[in-house]
Every structure is written in C-alpha cells, then in structure tokens.
Design a protein around this ligand. Structure first.
Ligand SMILES: [Zn+2]
Length: 108
C-alpha cells in the first residue's frame, strides 16, 4: 500500500450551505495551483473561498475551479495555506471518496 495515512481524513471547515445538516464543506487543494478548494461532497459544489452559511453566491464544480484535479491535505498543510481557518470536524475520506471527482495524488 502506498497511501499516505495522514491524508486519509477529510478536514471539514464549514457546514454545507446548500444542504445544512446533510454534510460539510471540506478543504482540498488544487493540484495545478496548490490553492485551497472548498468542496461539499454531499452536493458536488465547489468554492474558491469559504462559503457563507447564509448565502450561496456561486455554484461551481471541482472541474471549474481545479481542472487539474484536487488532493486531500492534512492539518499542517491547511494551517500553512489558511492560518486561522478552524477545522469543524474530521470525516473519513472513505465515506466520501466516490463523491469527490478529480481526486488525484492518492499515492499514484
Ligand atoms: Zn451539501
């Protein structure tokens, strides 16, 4: 197995503004740019900035924001990219992996 154990967790940074209570917004990174990508696997909606719970300004797909794909990041990487951004909870990547299109870098 060549998977990275420290990256088997999704970092949830907000509740999904599209369907609150059903899922969370997880932090990912764009493979092409290294920029943060916020994604709600429950709804398939992605954002370049943290979405507000009471407003849905833009509806994007991961393909729109990160055409080169996304990868999971760990807490240290998130802290480096977005100091002060709180992690609400962690969820198992295995629970959502089929709902994250374009996920790459899984030890491939
Ligand atoms: Zn959702």
């Amino acid at each position: 197995m060549s998977t990275r154990p420290e990256s088997e967790t999704l970092l949830v940074v907000a509740e999904c503004p599209v369907a609150p209570g059903f899922g969370g917004v997880v932090a990912l990174t764009s493979v092409a740019t290294g920029a943060l990508v916020f994604f709600a696997p429950c709804c398939g909606v992605a954002w370049t900035t943290l979405p507000r719970a009471d407003r849905i300004d833009e509806i994007n797909s991961i393909d729109d924001i990160a055409p080169g794909g996304v990868s999971v990041l760990n807490r240290a990487e998130l802290a480096a990219l977005a100091p002060g951004l709180a992690v609400v909870r962690e969820e198992s990547l295995a629970d959502w992996i089929l709902d994250i299109p374009g996920l790459v870098g899984r030890g491939a």
